[in-house]
Design a protein around this ligand. Structure first.
Ligand code: ASP
Length: 458
């Protein structure tokens, strides 16, 4: 009988900046990786803040690049970066050459071509992760865990040439899947890759999550573990409700809805490659690795809770438009949204009535000039009777895929908001029923979130 060889399990593990902020944290990272032989691909961020007042290495590198472009002295800024790696090198008794390699690398990048600002900046920004990966590989080897640094160029991580905002090119996945056969622990720097021309390009800030997600998808990982500095994702912002309940399992879609309205744990775009490849994700805490964390999965049993979380974000405004007999006018909505599009704006929602409609936009995108132009064009070109803007809107969301099978949810939410004295400006429920959204005054946001949380998580 021929036995089919069972493929071994492999986990891609990503560590954020706070997990690599100093030698103490790097040691924790080592212990975590050593504890599980399936953790074979490790993605690292650049060292982050050691205290709230500290600066991330990436921000130090940006300051260094700015100094160079301005023709200002760079020695002090350069040394601040080198010092972060020196602390790790000394505390973990690595050879001095580890630090001098970092310094030489930075000098080389600083001396690079400055004619294209974006390219110059990306080359410097990438130094944070690139050197961190080299240092972490040296630490692991020194402490007895065979590891090697992976050069993203050699591994084939190809990105578009949108410097500072690059996206992965599809051909990368086929190349990166070879990492699955890594003989030891592969340490991969997050945040950057190479363009087809061989130039360094970075993802948007926080982009090491994207790297981790891409690698997890490419090697078809059994799990993508994302280590950060929180025990789990919570059902509500713990700054608003201190004893917030931890979420143990959540679906990709639920996570996306929570991230939309302000859950900061994950950049929702970052997990896209892992989501498309249906790789389960687990968020865990480097400082408390025994905590189970939060698993993000394609599907979950709804018996474990219909509603998973309550969120509320400020920073929205409403363009409201009313016109008598609007409902009979073919193309009104399209023309209204065209005017919005002409201003280069993406709209968030468009709840409507019979003779009125509103378009919800992000406050930060709407300058006073844009606001005036939008009102004028809607009035003139669409013949609206009334047009205006309302500012200071917050959007509250109750999220949970099981809601579509549950009766009375909106009633419960409205009752809770009424009891808390919160006036509802708008209610919106998408056809998927994964979330119910309420528009309220931003000044009521915290009170409303507490009221909803107490109603759904008694
Ligand atoms: N170091 C980069 C940043 O600070 C990327 C990351 O940490 O994910 O944005």
């Amino acid at each position: 009988m021929i036995r089919k060889k069972k493929a071994f399990a492999i986990k891609v593990v990503k560590f954020g900046g706070s997990s690599l902020a100093d030698a103490r944290q790097v040691r924790k990272v080592f212990e975590i990786v050593r504890a599980d032989p399936e953790r074979r691909i490790v993605v690292v961020s650049a060292p982050g803040k050691r205290s709230p007042e500290d600066m991330k290495v990436t921000d130090l590198l940006i300051a260094l690049a700015e100094a160079q472009l301005a023709g200002a002295p760079t020695a002090a800024a350069l040394d601040r970066v080198v010092e972060r790696y020196r602390e790790i090198q000394r505390a973990l008794e690595l050879p001095v050459a580890v630090t001098s390699d970092v310094e030489n690398d930075l000098r080389r990048r600083l001396a690079g071509d400055t004619t294209h600002r974006g390219r110059f900046f990306d080359n410097l920004k990438a130094a944070g992760e690139d050197n961190c990966a080299r240092v972490v590989a040296a630490v692991f080897n020194k402490l007895g865990l065979p590891s090697h640094y992976v050069d993203p160029r050699e591994a084939g991580l190809l990105l578009s040439d949108d410097f500072g905002n690059a996206t992965v090119l599809p051909e990368s996945f086929d190349r990166l899947k070879l990492l699955r056969d890594t003989p030891d622990v592969a340490i991969f720097p997050g945040f950057f890759g190479y363009t087809v021309k061989g130039e360094v390009a970075t993802f948007p800030r926080g982009g090491s999550d994207i790297t981790g997600s891409i690698l997890a998808a490419a090697v078809k990982a059994d799990l993508y573990e994302n280590f950060t500095d929180v025990d789990s994702v919570y059902a509500v912002d713990p700054r608003i409700v201190p004893d917030a309940r931890a979420i143990s399992v959540i679906t990709y879609q639920e996570m996306r809805e929570l991230a939309y309205a302000g859950f900061g744990v994950f950049h929702d775009e970052a997990i896209l490659p892992a989501v498309q490849a249906k790789i389960p994700i687990c968020i865990k805490n480097t400082n408390h690795p025994e905590a189970p964390g939060t698993r993000i999965v394609p599907e979950r049993p709804y018996a474990s809770g219909v509603v998973v979380g309550i969120v509320g974000a400020e920073g929205f405004c409403t363009l409201y438009v009313s016109k008598y007999l609007m409902n009979r006018e073919i193309g009104f909505g399209r023309r209204l949204l065209q005017i919005v599009e002409d201003e280069g704006l993406s709209y968030e929602h468009a709840p409507s009535g019979i003779d009125n409609t509103s378009v919800i936009l992000r406050e930060q995108d709407v300058t006073p000039e844009i606001e005036a132009r939008l009102c004028e064009r809607v009035r003139d070109e669409l013949g609206a009777n009334d047009v205006g803007f309302e500012h200071g809107l917050a959007l509250l969301m109750i999220v949970g895929e099981g809601m579509r099978y549950t009766v009375g949810l909106s009633a419960k939410a409205c009752t809770a908001l009424a009891a808390a004295g919160v006036n509802i400006d708008m209610i919106n429920q998408g056809s998927s029923e994964i979330s119910v959204m309420f528009g309220i005054k931003a000044t009521d946001r915290k009170r409303a979130i507490k009221a909803l949380y107490n109603a759904f998580f008694p």
